[in-house]
Design a binder for this molecule. Structure first.
Ligand code: 4AD
Length: 466
């Protein structure tokens, strides 16, 4: 048994100490019969290990053995921490390990479909290297995703999925501290929960069924069951034929539903406090991860206000109009006008995170509550980061007759959702909630250009593997 040290924890403080680390052989460079360099990587952190032949301590055979290791093999290295005079390029840690013992725990194949070092380079680094005449392979997105297990090992990807973990953790912790109860709703359901054609249909023992497009109906039913405030983190399925940078066929939904006492603003208050707390925490506690991501995919930190800006849809339309963009005042905003509005909001209010509320009723799902003062609008909202939607939410219709009427008007077969409609017949409090796309939050917080980068094993219309 040994005292293991993580590569990321190797620092000058350990100078002259004997350490034991396990990692992967990222690069191996043989200098002579007496010397080889080995860069060992663990969880995105790298350290240079120096293997020098020393009589009675390290044999020449050992140097030869190390020189012949295949990349990405799992190795255990025992050695002494030293601090070199010059900065070390090509490793995150600024100390070296003078190797005394080395074991290969499990060897990788001699050639791999992706070289992690190549996969970890930024576009700027790639251009520079190519200009300098260096031989390197630009790893494209499909190659990365086809070989995700190797691609995952880059420091940026290590950062991305640790940030993703934090987003889910903060979401859960914040809501628990606000008296919400975590629930788990079925993903096999009888009818569409969001309407529209984007449903994966399946045969449920002879009965038509589908994969849940959201926990929408069941989270509302939990409110009818007196839980008061609930949330769920779970998979969401959308069979849409969207070949875009921000649509997946399966993503992780962060869903919230809560009783409303007086106003749908109570739901937006939760969004506001939850996300400001989340961004603060990510910036404060995930510096290393953010730095690793930024190194490969440079981005500016998100600009957000202490009190999240709230604009009405009408105000948004007016801002677009004033900027010469014509949009239907009772229609939906397309991606382009959402982006444009994001820019205008940034210029005027200095924030890249804001809430747009009081959407036209016709563009919202059947369960959305119309505005009391003007039923052409609704008590609903979308939330944007850098001009792209991450959340949609609303107050819901809690009067059963009206709900059934709205469902029918929106082309939904009321029979398939009758247990849901019936839930409201037994007495239902006013309530509302919202749904967040986890992958979108991470993508946009980190200024990334494609949602496939923030999904560990993305599912899109063309991808069902690995
Ligand atoms: O806007 P959506 O469809 O709303 C709902 O599902 C409602 N039930 C939410 C509610 O409580 N009213 O989805 C919510 C969020 C979107 O804002 C977006 O972030 C994400 O889920 N999303 C997707 N993410 C990846 N791929 C897709 N195809 C997505 N569709 C929606």
């Amino acid at each position: 048994t040994g005292n293991w040290t993580e590569v990321g924890a190797l620092s000058e403080a350990l100078k002259d100490q004997r350490v034991l680390v396990r990692g992967r052989s990222q690069t191996i460079r043989s200098v002579s019969k007496n010397m080889a360099f080995l860069v060992v990587r663990e969880k995105g952190f790298t350290v240079q290990c120096v293997v020098t032949a020393i009589p009675d301590v390290v044999s020449r055979q050992m140097v030869k053995y190390v020189s012949g290791l295949s990349r990405e093999s799992i190795v255990d290295v025992e050695g002494i921490v030293s601090v070199p005079k010059d900065a070390i390029k090509g490793a995150t840690q600024q100390v070296e390990v003078q190797v005394r013992k080395l074991y290969c725990v499990n060897a990788a194949l001699p050639t791999l479909p992706i070289n992690v070092e190549d996969a970890a380079r930024s576009e700027v680094e790639i251009d520079k290297a190519l200009q300098a005449g260096e031989q390197l392979v630009r790893v494209n997105q499909d190659t990365r995703l086809n070989n995700r297990v190797i691609d995952m090992r880059t420091p940026a990807n290590q950062g991305i999925f640790r940030i993703q973990c934090q987003v889910g953790t903060i979401f859960r912790q914040f809501l628990l501290s606000e008296g919400f109860v975590e629930i788990h709703t079925p993903k096999l359901i009888a009818g569409s929960s969001e309407g529209g054609a984007a449903v994966f249909k399946l045969d449920y023992k002879g009965q038509p069924a589908c994969l849940a497009q959201s926990p929408q109906l069941h989270k509302q039913m939990a409110i009818c069951g007196d839980f008061g405030r609930v949330f769920e983190i779970g998979p969401v399925f959308r069979a849409e034929d969207s070949y875009t940078h921000r649509h997946l066929c399966e993503f992780t939904g962060l869903d919230v539903e809560m009783e409303i006492k007086e106003h749908y603003f109570e739901v937006m208050d939760i969004v506001d406090r939850l996300f400001v707390a989340m961004f603060d925490s990510l910036n404060k506690n995930c510096e290393k991860q953010l730095e690793a991501i930024r190194k490969q995919y440079p981005f500016e930190p998100l600009k957000y206000l202490r009190n999240t800006l709230r604009l009405t849809f009408e105000e948004g339309v007016q801002m677009l109009k004033d900027a010469g963009v014509e949009v239907d005042p009772l229609g939906d905003l397309n991606t382009e006008s959402e982006r444009k509005l994001g820019q205008l909001v940034l210029e005027k209010y200095g924030t890249e995170f804001y809430i747009l509320h009081r959407y036209p009723l016709v563009v919202r799902p059947f369960y959305t509550m119309p505005c009391y003062d003007n039923p052409a609008y609704s008590n609903s909202f979308d939330v944007f980061i850098r001009g792209e939607e991450i959340i949609s939410g609303a107050q819901r219709v809690h009067v059963p007759e009206f709900l059934a009427e709205r469902a029918q008007a929106c082309g939904i077969d009321v029979k398939t959702i009758s247990p849901y409609i019936d839930s409201f017949r037994y007495g239902a409090p006013p309530h509302g909630g919202f749904g967040v796309g986890l992958e979108r939050v991470v993508m946009l917080f980190c200024g990334l250009n494609n949602i496939r980068k923030t999904s560990l094993f993305p599912r899109d219309p063309l991808r069902l593997a690995p």
